[in-house]
Design a protein around this ligand. Structure first.
Ligand SMILES: Cc1ncc(COP(=O)(O)O)c(C=O)c1O
Length: 397
């Protein structure tokens, strides 16, 4: 990364001066904290004692057997406290909020996982918490809305535009602009600098553990690391430990929704154009005038029209490959993992799994794939029940 928060031409800070100053202050605090051994020790303690790290790298023997070919390993972020990778970031940002003397935090959420993780960290640190959530997502993820409320957070449904994640981020930025003594706990590796760098740092624990675990288990690096990409935080969390290992193929999986040709997808890297959204430059799904288009995925946590700046640079350089998986393929992978391994994945994670299911049969037995199982699927069970009842998507045994 270059000095000013750019990854090649992507990233940066494209905000009015008052908000740009908030970002400068945050960047300074982040640099001071990460250079402070006491901060690093406290973060490590929270990861071990509160989040439940390290989580396992699990060899999915039944799935491997069923598909034939290379071995599939799952990085079990679903086993973290609150059920997803999002908590790695929120405990880190709660430490920053405390260091800045903030008493109130705000967050945006799509699937509700980041909202739950933010509300959890806020409860732990005694902070007042407001979560913005698109109204459409409050309906799809009603259980997570109630979880946030149980944790003491206020959930504000956002009714503008497509009523999903983009509008929730808009509302959080508007709140921050009106309330400078509020800490904005952003949930993915997106937004103005320093957020992509900070979220990368806090999620980096995923890749560090996975690298150590696969070397211990297999005595060699993986052939592939695969993760779903919404904003890109679980993916960059896993990928960063392998960026220098040129023999490891890095694959990010975007949601093709109902098909790329249908226009109902959220494949920003695959079909977007460089532009500015939410204060940073990245690939954006946009119309001829450059206005963001509504994004769609069966997985609420993936339907964002932009994407993290480092993924844009990895795509351009060719170090990362970005592919797509449809709703239908993700639902099939969701059912396959549930039945063959007894693990119900989040619909977001099922996208990464669906792509791994395509690669595995093309590999030799000694080759390996690490799939980031970014979250558990309890939050999606009701939605999947309705989808499978209403369409011919159920996988028969
Ligand atoms: C379980 C899970 N995985 C993945 C994502 C996508 O986010 P990101 O791309 O930042 O990892 C989300 C977002 O809500 C999520 O809840």
């Amino acid at each position: 990364m270059e000095q000013s928060g750019f990854y090649g031409p992507y990233g940066g800070v494209f905000l009015p001066p008052e908000l740009a100053r908030v970002m400068e202050n945050l960047a300074r605090c982040f640099d001071q904290c990460t250079a402070d051994p006491g901060f690093v020790r406290e973060l490590d303690r929270l990861y071990r004692q509160y989040v439940g790290r390290p989580n396992p790298l699990y060899y999915a023997a039944n799935l491997t057997e069923e598909l034939g070919g290379g071995k599939i390993f799952l990085k079990r972020e679903d086993l973290n406290h609150t059920g997803a990778h999002k908590i790695n970031n929120t405990v880190g940002q709660a430490l920053l909020a405390r260091r800045l003397g903030m008493k109130r935090v705000i967050a945006e959420t799509g699937a509700g996982q980041h909202g739950v993780a933010a509300a959890t960290a806020a409860a732990l640190f005694g902070l007042d918490c407001t979560v913005y959530m698109g109204e459409e997502d409050t309906r799809r993820q009603a259980l997570n809305v109630y979880r946030m409320e149980l944790l003491g957070a206020k959930v504000v449904p956002v009714t503008a535009g497509s009523k999903t994640l983009k509008e929730a981020v808009d509302a959080a930025i508007a709140d921050l602009a009106a309330n400078p003594h509020t800490y904005y706990m952003l949930g993915s590796a997106v937004g103005p600098h320093p957020y992509p760098t900070m979220v990368r740092y806090f999620q980096g624990v995923i890749g560090r553990e996975a690298r150590e675990q696969i070397l211990l288990e297999e005595g060699r690096l993986p052939d592939y690391v695969v993760a779903c990409v919404g904003g890109g935080s679980n993916a960059i969390g896993l990928f960063q430990a392998f960026l220098e290992d040129k023999e490891v193929k890095i694959v990010g999986v975007e949601p093709a929704g109902r098909g790329l040709a249908s226009g109902k997808h959220a494949a920003s890297l695959t079909l977007g154009k460089p532009g500015v959204i939410h204060g940073f430059r990245c690939y954006v799904l946009s119309d001829e005038e450059g206005n963001p288009l509504p994004a769609y995925s069966v997985a609420a946590g993936l339907d964002y029209p932009g994407v993290g700046p480092e993924h844009c640079a990895l795509k351009d350089s060719g170090r990362g490959t970005y592919v797509t998986v449809t709703d239908r393929e993700a639902l099939a992978a969701f059912q396959l993992l549930s039945r063959r391994e007894g693990i119900i994945p989040a619909l977001e994670s099922a996208h990464a799994l669906a792509h791994a299911c395509k690669i595995a049969p093309t590999l030799a037995r000694e080759q390996t794939i690490i799939v980031n199982l970014s979250g558990r699927g309890d939050k999606d069970v009701d939605q999947v029940r309705c989808l499978l009842a209403g369409a011919d998507l159920a996988v028969s045994r």
